[in-house]
Ligand binder design. Sequence first.
Ligand code: TNX
Length: 661
Amino acid sequence: MPTNPAAPQTGPEPTDTRPTSPSGDPTLSEAASPGALTPAAAASPSAGLPDAAAPSSAGLPTATTPADGLPGVTPADGLPGVATSPAELARVAAGRAAGALAGPAPVRLGDVVPAPEQVRPDPAGDFTLNADAVLRVSPAGRDVAEQLAGWLRPATGFPLPVADTPEGDPLTLTLSPADSEGDLLTFPLSAADTSAVASGPASTGRAAADVAGGEPSGPTARTAAPDDAGLGDEGYRLDVTADGVRITAATPAGLFHGAQTLRQLLPAPIENPTAVAVRWAVPGGTIVDRPRFPYRGAMLDVARHFFPVGDVLRVIDHLARYKLNHLHLHLTDDQGWRIAVDSWPRLAEVGGATAVGGGPGGWYTRDDYRRIVTYAARRHVTVVPEIDLPGHTNAALVAYPELAPGKVAPPPYTGTEVGFSYVDPADERTYAFVADVVGEVAALTPGPWLHLGGDEAFKVPADSYRAFVARAQRLVAATGKTVVGWHQLAPAEHVDGRVLQWWGTNGDDPETADAVRRGARLILSPGNHAYLDMKYAPDTPIGHDWAGLIDVRRAYEWDPATHVRAVPAEAVLGVEAPLWTESVTTVAEIEFMLFPRLPAVAELGWSPRETHDWSRFRSRLAGHGPRWATAGITFHPSPDIPWPPTAAQIPTQPTPIPTTP
Ligand code: TNX
């Protein structure tokens, strides 16, 4: 069974100097202090990275000023928007005009990340979005259309009203000129059209996409028609013609994923928080798309360092962009208990007051947590709360010494060792505690999952560990939720539906394979590929390296379906990229570790295996750098990726984040 050889991590302890309220959220609003924002975000805290908070980190590279004197206009062409004199303003304006004419780099239909299942470009079918465009949508998809309009209005400056169409099956969302019959738009492609469609070998039983390297090599490139039968819970079809864009889906989630695809098909300046003069071209053609795996997630450790609600909402937006549909929140650990539990109030009040490095910690009130799950649900992201048991419980023991084996409160812990703490498996009060906590957390959680942790309980003998886990699993099942846990839960008895999260590094664990034979399913988070807290390279200023260095290629080059020996592909529910935060202290640092690796893991979870191709992936991903920069998202400018030259000229281009963890 893999362990974590290099934990504890050593090195300078980060200091969290952020103020905290009972909720730990200094602003209790989703917008952070403008003084700390990137130019893009500062110009309009509610736009840009649109829905959640702008970066709340003072550590972001910042502080160019949007071009004063040209109100509402920021660079359209990816050039700096800093202008300090009239001559400079004139120069910037002229450059901008030229940029508007030249336009940003065109997006190709096959440039989407994660790669769609089927792509058929039609160069004659490009659509240009203009000021008179209207969104028309089936009533059940109205909220998706409102969100799409919210993403597109700031940069285009267009009103983009949203109108209802009659309810229909499937749901439709169109974007087309007001004088067109949006809902009646005719699209030349249909399932019966068998010419020149990009689809590929179907070893998974599905056609694959022609993606990533550009357009198909001609009408003979592929022959199957886009098949939109069975779009399922999350699939969508997107048609672009000169008349407009139409997204169809069986569910609002599918429509939402289609809307995220459309967002990526617009030129990168669509991420600008204020209006820019750009020809808003959408490449013509058809995409038919649905996910490979139903579970695609990321984990945020809010226990080692606490992150206010606004930061979590911002992370949810990042997940949603790349069609990830689960956010696992690691809510409890030795260094902090981050969720209020009414029946055991000291857990948050006492256990929440610490963090790695001695910062003030913080915790989510019930309302904070509700806000997170509600925000996530609107973006078709399910929150998976984790209460880590029986180990990783020092903060709980500080709050309630009766849970400790010796009934003596340990000192609060702000270091980064693991494996030393545990709740007393021999005391009945421990099970009352577990029942109360999982009961309250389950009641607050709309999603079907509850994560029980289970990792690194090194001091609990194997027999008592198994007995504790079996009982705790039953307590979770009694709440109506399905148990998820780290793969160390494997030796315990099976409980209906249970899911193990594989975080080993050698792809081989007979106990896990045995648990799968007994009915468990797996989420794949191999430490040496999917752990976003690993450094990219030896000089990465934060992060660990116990599972190796993980550059973008390593994050991308593995196959969830075949990764763990003796576990069949059918048992794999999906993938998750965990971010542990021993050395991560700000939302900018979170983003630095997420981008560009999160999209790589997202692609493994979403795209058909037939589309997997490193060289195509890296060139598709390259076009996202200018998008992130424009949206004020910090990222690691990995040498793996051929970033377009303009990205380096954008003032919001992140530089490696400050070195003080
Ligand atoms: C192992 S992965 C842990 C965490 C640490 C992480 C650091 C797992 C289930 N447990 O407690 O934060 O390594 O990479």
